[in-house]
Write a protein that binds this ligand. Structure first.
Ligand code: ATP
Ligand code: MG
Ligand code: FE
Length: 340
């Protein structure tokens, strides 16, 4: 029987109905980008309130597309970690309520494990065991994955996440929110060697990342030190494109270097990459070049499943195979210790 999956960890309200063989029967994502744009970032309370408005219509749309009602489901799954507390609560309370009303078991899903599981959904061979790279708005983490549910955290960012850095650079260049897609579009017209930005920690052993120094370096190439208001910065379109291309090249270089090193150290056959920044064409291309050179197989989440969605909640089926259900006392976990 199919399951319902619910995702509300940040600023996308999403639901999907997935058959027990993994087929997507219904799916809906309501993004809140327009709501947060004028603030230049996700405002937690605005996000939580928008989830409250949208969660039931989104679930209803997914069920209607699937042509199913709640009593025809096997389970209700929900992302319970990590994310914004208010956002997570809306999804978890909705899932618990529906599970009680429909007399269905509840499954809790780790949003980051789900981002990686999106890679498995695009291919018909098992990608686990593998090295997993999550590059998203809130995380930049490398894992050694024995299975979809058995992950060892190798390391991650000690300050900004890669997506966060993209968003901040986009904001400084007045490119709107979220900045990642806009920066990557403008970068196509720019020279990646125009600015020599730092590749922080690239040679440091281990798997830590840092992007805040890079962000600061970009900031000083946009305006003089005293400037606080970027709304009237005077840069040509070419200069903006060069900054975007050079910034993107610095992020990509570090992500590729550390990922290929992890693949090599653990003698992995596959590298899987998920999260919003995995949609970045320059990153996808550079990872493929590395895979061809080093002889590992690269599996990146399909574009549509890079940013937040409920289809990747299909990882709940893996939990059900192990009889890992959550109780009705399920609570949220907003931050993660040691990167899990
Ligand atoms: P997390 O998964 O860590 O909780 P999140 O769910 O907010 O964070 P995602 O939805 O996975 O993050 O990804 C959103 C991020 O992806 C944003 O920072 C956005 O700018 C970035 N992003 C989306 N498309 C691109 C792109 N083409 N190039 C670079 N970054 C991108
Ligand atoms: Mg988002
Ligand atoms: Fe995410």
């Amino acid at each position: 029987m199919p399951i319902l999956t619910i995702e509300s960890t940040c600023d996308e309200t999403a639901a999907a109905v997935i058959s027990d063989s993994g087929e997507v029967l219904g799916e809906c994502v309501a993004t809140q980008e327009a709501l947060h744009e004028r603030f230049g970032g996700v405002v937690p309370e605005v996000a939580a309130r928008a989830h409250v408005e949208r969660i039931l219509p989104v679930i209803d749309t997914a069920l209607t597309q699937a042509g199913l009602t709640g009593d025809q489901l096997d389970a209700v799954a929900v992302a319970d970690r990590p994310g914004l507390a208010g956002s997570l609560l809306v999804g978890v309370v909705a899932a618990k309520t529906l599970a009680v009303a429909w007399h269905k078991p509840l499954v809790a899903v780790n949003h980051l494990h789900a981002h990686l599981y999106a890679c498995q959904l695009s291919v018909d061979f098992p990608v686990y065991p593998c090295i997993g790279l999550v590059v998203s708005g809130g995380h930049t983490s490398l894992y050694r994955c024995q299975s979809p549910l058995d992950l060892e955290y190798l390391g991650g960012t000690i300050d900004d996440a890669a997506g966060e850095a993209f968003d901040k650079v986009g904001a400084m260049l007045q490119l709107g929110f979220p900045g990642g897609p806009a920066v990557s579009r403008l970068a196509v017209q720019g020279d990646p060697k125009a600015y020599d930005y730092p590749r922080s920690m690239i040679r440091e052993p281990g798997y830590r990342f840092s992007f805040s120094g890079l962000k600061t370096a970009v900031r000083y190439s946009i305006a003089e030190p005293g400037v606080r208001d970027f709304s009237d910065i005077d840069l040509s379109e070419q200069a903006k494109a060069d900054i975007c291309a050079s910034f993107q090249a610095a992020v990509v270089d570090v992500l590729v270097a550390k990922s290929r090193r992890a693949v090599d150290q653990y003698d992995a056959k596959y590298l899987i990459v998920g999260g919003g920044v995995a949609a970045n064409p320059a990153l996808r291309q550079a990872l493929q070049v590395a895979a061809d050179e080093d002889g590992f197989q690269l599996v990146i989440a399909p574009m549509k499943l890079c940013t937040d969605n409920a289809v990747m909640g299909a990882i709940a089926l893996e939990k059900m195979k192990r009889d890992e259900y959550a109780g009705l006392d399920l609570d949220i976990t907003s931050g993660l210790q040691r990167g899990f």
